[in-house]
Design a protein around this ligand. Structure first.
Ligand SMILES: Nc1ncnc2c1ncn2[C@@H]1O[C@H](COP(=O)(O)OP(=O)(O)OP(=O)(O)O)[C@@H](O)[C@H]1O
Ligand SMILES: [Mg+2]
Length: 366
């Protein structure tokens, strides 16, 4: 597969608000046609970074390039970008069609041309035939679609979306997520989504930049972020990660020998330590996701390694059961998630059980 060309390049971007250092050396590229997300906790600088692309926010140093052009001094209205905001900024006194066509009113299109473009944009967002409705009478989800149509009709190269779904209820949000993915594939333009919802980012994105305190901590595709987080911070922000204390015994030739509580001595590949070499004060730990351990029921054989554990807590979720178990030799419990299978019992607290695990699923944090 050939790599897509670069659409946005951040080159060591810093941003100060007075004394406050909001962006701390952002260097990253976003590819043309990519669905890209900026993910991180509140206040980490996601909106600020998005606004530097749109030109609503100047930068203190570094460069923002769009389509190989340095955007320094280029005002927002001359950039090939368009932004959809969290609060649907639509004009309530206009019709849906007038809202969608608003940005084109000075483009010198004839009435029929304008009507065609508005009709196309409404169809893209699933609002075909809504053009004459009063905008104020729409639901939250419909308003967000109008805001999307209004941005898309201008045919930007890059669509910037700042938490566009956060005001919607869960059902509506999930539906709009699927529609946004479909829409992005259909129009093929670069989408950059800001969200603090890790699930939303995982579901929607080709790649995700995880931000903390004005920096990008890891930039990768969803599977890599989930399977090989480069730090405890990223591991904890995306999904659930179990940690067990570990000691590094030796390393070299692409292998790392560790001794981990509960698992004993094992050899990991260097790629299982994606955070690189710097040691932390907390000491090393191995991490693993709850679904990478499996409780073995009577007669089942382990596909890889096996150890013993005692069940300390059981949380039943219908399709899943979470077991907090203490592996032999460990002081603290770890969480195992098991998909429930018809006819198989949910185990009780206090049960001693066999647990299967695999060294390949482990991640080493230093
Ligand atoms: N105009 C401003 N003046 C001073 N400080 C600002 C300004 N805008 C943002 N900040 C600060 O910069 C930091 C980053 O803000 P930003 O809005 O980019 O965060 P965010 O990641 O989008 O957060 P949220 O998820 O809450 O929207 C915050 O600490 C914020 O208080
Ligand atoms: Mg924000």
């Amino acid at each position: 597969m050939t790599e897509k060309p670069t659409m946005i390049a951040f080159q060591d971007v810093h941003k100060y608000y007075g004394d406050y250092h909001a962006l701390r050396g952002i260097t990253a590229t976003i590819r043309a046609g990519e669905f890209f997300s900026l993910l991180g906790p509140s206040g980490c600088g996601k909106t600020t970074l998005l606004r530097t692309i749109a030109g609503f926010e100047g930068i203190s140093s570094g460069a923002v390039m769009i389509d190989e052009r340095n955007m320094a001094g280029v005002p927002a209205n001359q950039r090939p970008t368009n932004m959809v905001f969290q609060s649907y900024a639509i004009f309530p006194h206009l019709t849906v069609g007038e809202n969608v066509g608003f940005g084109l009113r000075r483009a010198g299109l004839s009435k029929p041309e304008l009507a065609t473009r508005v009709g196309e944009a409404l169809e893209m967002v699933g609002l075909k035939g809504y053009g004459d409705r009063a905008a104020h009478a729409l639901s939250g989800g419909q308003r967000q679609r109008v805001a999307l149509a209004r941005a898309l009709i201008l045919k930007p190269k890059v669509l910037l979306l700042d938490e566009p779904l956060s005001a919607l209820d869960k059902k509506m949000r999930e539906q709009m997520q699927v529609e946004l993915i479909r829409l992005q594939r259909q129009v093929g333009i670069t989408f950059i989504l800001v969200t603090h919802d890790q699930e939303e980012a995982l579901v929607m994105s080709d790649r995700i930049a995880v931000m903390f305190e004005g920096e990008i901590t890891q930039l990768a595709d969803p599977e890599t972020l989930y399977r090989r987080p480069n730090s405890r911070k990223v591991a904890n922000f995306i999904g659930t990660m179990n940690f067990l204390p570990a000691m590094i015994l030796a390393e070299g030739a692409g292998k790392i020998e560790v001794e981990a509580k509960g698992f004993g001595k094992l050899t990991l590949d260097a790629e299982q330590a994606p955070g690189g070499g710097q040691a932390s004060a907390e000491g090393a730990a191995i991490g693993f996701r709850p679904e990478t351990l499996t409780i073995l029921f009577d007669g089942q054989t382990a596909s890889d390694r096996e150890t013993m554990a005692v069940i300390e807590e059981v949380v039943y979720f219908g399709d899943m059961t979470y077991y907090d178990v203490k592996l032999d030799g460990c002081d603290a419990p770890v969480r195992i998630s098991m998909r429930n299978v018809f006819g198989r019992p949910v185990l009780d607290i206090g049960t001693r059980t066999r647990v299967a695990w695999s060294p390949g699923a482990l991640v080493l944090f230093r």
